[in-house]
Ligand binder design. Structure first.
Ligand code: CTP
Ligand SMILES: C[C@](O)(CO)[C@H](O)COP(=O)(O)O
Length: 223
């Protein structure tokens, strides 16, 4: 159970970014998002086994990008799938035992302390995810334009890396895909496994829209 792997899922199209180049390849402060994500895990532990899931259409592009940036962190490539669920499943095919983290390729600012927190908790728990509090008030829509306040003290916002015992995650991913599977925790939970929450980070943002690229530049500069 000592071996540690991470599957970095970057098989998406980035439609909400509205850019021709999928967002995982866009530079933030001069370096592509995906290289920052890989570096975060390598700096946590340079022996961690890294599997990178990429769209088939961008395998050659990624190879060229690595050459251009002299990017040498070792990793294995897996094929992107139709949805995030299918991409994770493809990546899992290259993992043999131990503990495995699933990381969004577009979350480049996970600190090594938070990554360690997730992996350490996974020694004790089968499924671990980082979460943060909501700093906004929250409302639930109850039909038409009607809504009601939700008690935000009972709500957490979910991030990655999501860390699991590999055998449990593989078993969970044998299930049929459902739209309600928005992350890996939802897949293992559907199999009846409890999910343990640890502290996430407000800077562990998911690059989704053009504004996130600007916020990312500020995070890199430490402002
Ligand atoms: N078929 C897919 C879809 C998503 N992802 C990855 O899952 C992560 C989180 O997904 P999201 O932010 O939704 O990325 P996209 O699907 O690319 O974005 P959009 O929904 O805006 O198209 C990203 O690193 C994305 O590349 C993936 O590996 N395979
Ligand atoms: C996995 C995730 O990042 C956890 O917050 C999130 O569910 C991904 O959602 P998306 O709609 O695929 O961006």
């Amino acid at each position: 159970m000592n071996s540690r792997s991470v599957i970095i899922v970057a098989g998406g199209k980035g439609l909400r970014m509205g850019s021709d180049l999928p967002k995982q390849f866009i530079p933030i402060a001069g370096k592509p998002v995906l290289m920052r994500t890989i570096e975060a895990f390598h700096s946590y532990d340079n022996s961690v086994n890294i599997v990178l899931v990429l769209p088939y259409s961008h395998h050659v592009y990624w190879k060229e990008l690595c050459a251009n940036y002299h990017f040498g962190i070792p990793h294995t490539i897996a094929m992107g799938g139709e949805t995030r669920f299918h991409s994770v499943k493809n990546g899992l095919g290259l993992i043999n035992g131990g503990i495995v983290a699933i990381q969004d390729g577009v979350r480049p600012f996970a600190s090594k302390e938070m990554i360690a927190r997730c992996f350490d908790a996974a020694k004790r728990y089968h499924a671990v995810i980082p979460v943060i509090d909501s700093t906004d008030s929250l409302r639930e829509m109850i039909g038409g334009t009607k809504s009601r306040i939700i008690d935000r003290s009972g709500i957490r916002l979910v991030q990655t890396p999501q860390v699991f015992h590999t055998d449990i995650l593989k078993k969970a991913y044998e299930t049929e895909f459902k739209d309600t599977f928005t992350d890996d925790a939802s897949v293992v939970e559907a199999m009846g496994v409890d999910v343990h929450l640890v502290k996430g980070e407000v800077t562990n943002i998911k690059i989704t829209t053009p504004l996130d690229l600007k916020i990312g530049e500020l995070i890199v500069k430490g402002e």
